[in-house]
Design a protein around this ligand. Structure first.
Ligand SMILES: NC(=O)c1ccc[n+]([C@@H]2O[C@H](COP(=O)([O-])OP(=O)(O)OC[C@H]3O[C@@H](n4cnc5c(N)ncnc54)[C@H](OP(=O)(O)O)[C@@H]3O)[C@@H](O)[C@H]2O)c1
Length: 346
C-alpha cells in the first residue's frame, strides 16, 4: 500500500510517498481502507516534529482526520464487519465520560501513525458508523475541527437560543462552531483577516462579521454589536495571544472556550498576552474560561446524529487526490482556505 511519511518535512515542507506492506488486523482490531482524510492545524505541529515536545520519527504517517470502510476484522471483533463505512476520534481511548490526560499517550497521527495512507489498522471499539447523509470526504472533516467545535459550543459552552457567540477566524474549528451555534439558535459574530472570507461566512449563516485586521481591538466592535453587553460565548481558536481580547469581549456570565495554541498559521505573529491584570474580569464578570480538547466518541456520535437530523454539511474549500497530498498541505499552509481541505484516496 501507499503512504506518506513525514520524511524531511521540517526543511522541505513536503511529505515523502512510500510503499509499505499491507497491515493485518490483530485481536480486537479492524482493517480500514482509508477513503479520505483532512488537514488540521495540529498536523503541521506534528509534521514539523514539534507537537507538545513529542517529535515524531521521520517514518511517521501524518493526518488525524479519517473516513473509510472496513475491509477485514481481527479475532473477536463484533462491533463492525467488512463493508461498514466508519470513522473514529484520534484520541480513540476517550469513549465517554470525563477526559483523562493519560489518553493523550495513545493518539492516532501523533503517538501512532495517522491516516494519510491507503489502509490502517484501528481498534474496532473506537469506530462509529458514518451516516448515509455524509460522503467520505464530508465525514473526514469532523474528527478534529468538527468535534472540537462541538465540545466547545454544545457540551462545554451550552449555547442557548438568543445568546451571542463570537468565533475567531474562518478555519475549520471556527466554521463548525458557527454551524453548531446556529443549529442551537444562537446569534453568531465571526472575525477574519479577509473581507472576502467574511462575505462567504455571511452567506453561510453568520449574523455579524468583524475584520480583525481593520479592527485589531475587535472586542470593541463586539461591544457595539451587543449594545455594550458583550458576547455570551467566545470561541478562542487562536490561543494565548487572544485571551485578553476574549475576556474584554465577554458579557457577564460569559463562557470563553480556549482551543487554539498559537501560532495558528505559519508566519503570523502574536503580541504577548497581558493577562494578569485582565484576569480580574474572570471575577468581576463571573466568567468561565474553559479549556477544550477535541471530544469523546460519545460526543462524536451525538455530532453525527445532529448532522443527520438537521441536514448540516461541512464547509469544504477544496478536495485533492491522494497523489496531490503535498499540494493540499501547501494550500492550507498558505492561509487562503475557509473551512476544511480534504485529501481523497479514490
Ligand atoms: N484544543 C483542541 O483540542 C484543538 C482541536 C483542534 C484545533 N485546535 C487548535 O485550534 C486552532 C484552530 O484550528 P483550525 O483547525 O480551525 O485551524 P485552521 O483551519 O488553520 O484555521 C485557523 C484560522 O485562524 C485565523 N487566524 C490566524 N491567525 C490569526 C490571528 N492572529 N488572529 C485571529 N485569527 C487568526 C485564520 O482566519 P482568517 O483566515 O479568517 O483570518 C485562520 O483561517 C489551532 O491552533 C489548532 O491547533 C485545538
Amino acid at each position: 500500500m501507499k503512504a506518506y511519511e513525514i520524511g524531511d518535512f521540517p526543511s522541505t515542507g513536503a511529505l515523502t510517498l512510500v510503499e509499505r506492506p499491507d497491515p493485518v488486523p490483530g485481536p480486537g482490531e479492524a482493517l480500514i481502507r482509508v477513503r479520505a482524510t483532512g488537514v488540521n492545524a495540529r498536523d503541521f505541529s506534528i509534521m514539523k516534529r514539534v507537537f507538545f515536545g513529542n517529535p515524531a520519527p521521520t517514518t511517521h504517517i501524518p493526518l488525524s482526520d479519517n473516513a473509510g470502510d472496513v475491509i477485514a476484522v481481527g479475532p473477536g471483533v463484533t462491533e463492525v464487519k467488512p463493508g461498514d463505512r466508519v470513522t473514529m476520534c484520534h484520541y480513540w481511548r476517550w469513549l465517554d465520560g470525563p477526559w483523562d490526560e493519560s489518553m493523550r499517550n495513545d493518539d492516532f497521527a501523533n503517538t501512532r501513525d495517522g491516516f494519510l495512507v491507503e489502509q490502517a489498522v484501528v481498534p474496532a471499539v473506537a469506530l462509529l458508523p458514518i451516516p448515509d447523509c455524509l460522503t467520505y470526504e464530508q465525514a473526514s472533516t469532523l474528527q478534529s475541527a468538527g468535534l472540537t467545535a462541538w465540545q466547545a459550543v454544545v457540551e462545554a459552552g451550552r449555547a442557548k437560543p438568543g445568546e451571542t457567540l463570537v468565533t475567531i477566524g474562518t478555519g475549520g474549528v471556527s466554521v463548525f462552531a458557527m454551524q453548531w451555534a446556529k443549529m442551537l439558535g444562537a446569534r453568531v459574530i465571526v472575525t477574519s483577516s479577509s473581507d472576502e472570507k467574511l462575505e462567504r461566512m455571511r452567506e453561510l449563516g453568520a449574523d455579524e462579521t468583524i475584520n480583525y485586521r481593520a479592527t485589531p481591538e475587535w472586542w470593541e466592535a463586539v461591544m457595539d454589536l451587543t449594545g455594550g453587553r458583550g458576547a455570551n460565548l467566545v470561541v478562542n481558536n487562536v490561543g494565548n495571544g487572544e485571551v485578553d481580547r476574549c475576556l474584554k469581549a465577554s458579557a457577564s456570565g460569559g463562557r470563553i472556550l480556549h482551543i487554539g495554541s498559537d501560532p495558528v498559521t505559519p508566519g503570523r505573529q502574536y503580541a504577548p498576552p497581558q493577562l494578569p491584570s485582565r484576569l480580574a474580569l474572570l471575577i468581576l464578570r463571573d466568567l468561565t474560561l474553559k479549556g477544550v480538547i477535541v471530544g469523546s466518541r460519545r460526543m462524536f456520535a451525538d455530532l453525527l446524529k445532529a448532522m443527520e437530523t438537521h441536514n448540516i454539511k461541512p464547509v469544504i474549500d477544496r478536495v485533492y487526490d491522494f497523489a496531490q497530498a503535498n499540494d493540499a498541505i501547501a494550500y492550507v499552509a498558505g492561509g487562503e482556505k475557509l473551512g476544511k481541505v480534504v485529501i481523497r484516496m479514490g
